[in-house]
Design a protein around this ligand. Sequence first.
Ligand code: CA
Length: 234
Amino acid sequence: MKLLLIEDEPSVVSFIRRYLTEAGYDVSVALDGQSGLQMAMENNFQLIILDVMLPGMNGIAVCKELRKQQDATPILMLTALGSTENVVAGLDSGADDYLVKPFKQAELLARIRSLLRRTPDTTANTAPSNNTNSNVLKVADLELNLNTKSASRYGENIVLTATEYRLLEYMMRNPRRVLSRMEILENVWGIDFNMNTKVVDVYVNYLRKKVNRKEQPALIQTVVGMGYMLKEEE
Ligand code: CA
């Protein structure tokens, strides 16, 4: 998942980049509006995080220009000002959502996920010819087809509910890494922080029953006291 961050404050750049990279995103950075606009037009990002106050061309102008160029990439605007006028100007310029600085890391991630959820996969739309292979995630003998939303192991189909699918997709995008219950909750269930992490245990168990079949090596591992990990048994 490729994201573009257009932001001029080094400390903000470094914390957003580190946090989103840890969350599994591939983050490119532009430090001013003009180069951000250029990068956005030359690449196919899934989402743009755009600061309003930028040297030279500001975020509002960048957003307007992208929309004028028929670029529909979701844009999350960052504003330090928080005044109603700025929020309205941002949304009027074509931004999809905004976040007022300072914000919590988890809130940034929640907004990003929400935007990505409500946007159809633009990569698939613009490049229908070469998306067949790139849309299959594979860990050991387990495969997840992102186009058909289906999973299989040793070529045998695994029937998943919508939540199980999202959980498996998240785990397959982060294989061989311990995922904490909170991390899984945030990434699969989204912004409802009142939710208990027990729900993660319940769904991991459902998924485990479907994925870890008796005669096959277990793929979904419990890491005691830490969380879960998708990897081949040793
Ligand atoms: Ca700024």
